[in-house]
Design a protein. Structure first.
Length: 277
């Protein structure tokens, strides 16, 4: 068992269940090397944490979903994308890289990922969803953060809700994109939500101080659309020649009847949207 998971299990056994879900109980374990082949934090732990999270509904206005790689937007916010497009919101997705580094065994992996992305967006909505590709190098977004910031800034309306990766997700590209979006949200005064991807796997409930979750409930149609969109990313699900990038035990985090997003505690009213009833 990986060292960070061993430490986590020891802490969980030593703590009372009530302490495990205290936001100050467990520091966020960070993986030395991202390893999706091993089972991570059981989703049942997260389900307990998220059961009491306030419900959230998107306010009027455009929704901008930013992803480090094609598929992050679908795993993290596919249900939200479907629901907002169906409700008539202007929805745009910005992918910072083409994700060409995830399957280097494929011929022209960037082309494969772009094709999968187009299919996924079609599954998420029959209505038009703007898709902006920034074309940054997969695995090295950190070296291009100023350029990424300028590109997103030009595509970010003043009244938008910005949906971005989580800044402690455990993947360098995710965290670089998150830093850019947090900076832009502060400067522009737009609402900001962040979605975990790998942090569900390697971290633990209650690990992040000064943050809290909100829940966006998914209709049956949104759940179905998200499930179909996820299946479009066959290159990430394929385990025929090696371990899948997104194996079954990781996919469990993205089959919930809701999506969970992080907001910052004590944030200014401009940086988070109103909670729904």
């Amino acid at each position: 068992m990986a060292p960070h998971l061993t430490d986590l299990l020891l802490q969980l056994k030593a703590a009372r269940l009530g302490d495990v879900f205290n936001h100050n109980a467990i520091p966020p374990p960070r993986p030395r090397v991202m390893d999706s082949t091993r089972a991570g934090t059981p989703d049942s732990y997260w389900q307990t944490e998220l059961a009491t999270a306030p419900q959230w509904k998107p306010p009027p206005g455009p929704v901008i979903v930013v992803a480090a790689h094609p598929d992050d937007e679908t795993f993290g916010a596919g249900g939200l994308i479907h629901s907002c497009a169906h409700a008539g919101h202007s929805v745009a997705v910005i992918t910072v890289t083409d994700g060409e580094g995830a399957r280097t065994d494929l011929q022209r992996p960037g082309t494969v990922r772009r094709r999968e992305m187009r299919a996924a967006l079609s599954c998420l909505s029959g209505r038009y969803i703007q898709w902006h590709r920034l074309g940054m190098p997969d695995g090295n977004v950190i070296a291009h953060e100023p350029l990424v910031e300028r590109a997103i800034k030009t595509r970010l309306p003043a009244d938008a809700t910005l949906v971005a990766p989580f800044e402690h997700d455990g993947h360098a590209d995710h965290e670089a994109v998150a830093r850019v979006c947090i900076t832009l949200a502060r400067r522009r005064g737009v609402r900001l939500l962040r979605y975990p991807i790998w942090a569900w796997h390697h971290s633990a409930p209650g690990a992040w101080q000064n943050t809290e979750f909100v829940r966006f409930e998914l209709s049956a149609a949104a759940q179905l659309a998200k499930s179909r969109a996820i299946r479009c990313f066959a290159s990430q699900l394929d385990d025929s020649t090696s371990h899948a990038v997104m194996p079954a035990h990781v996919l469990e985090y993205f089959t919930r009847p809701y999506e969970a997003f992080l907001v910052t505690r004590h944030a200014t009213p401009a940086s988070i949207s109103r909670f729904g009833p």
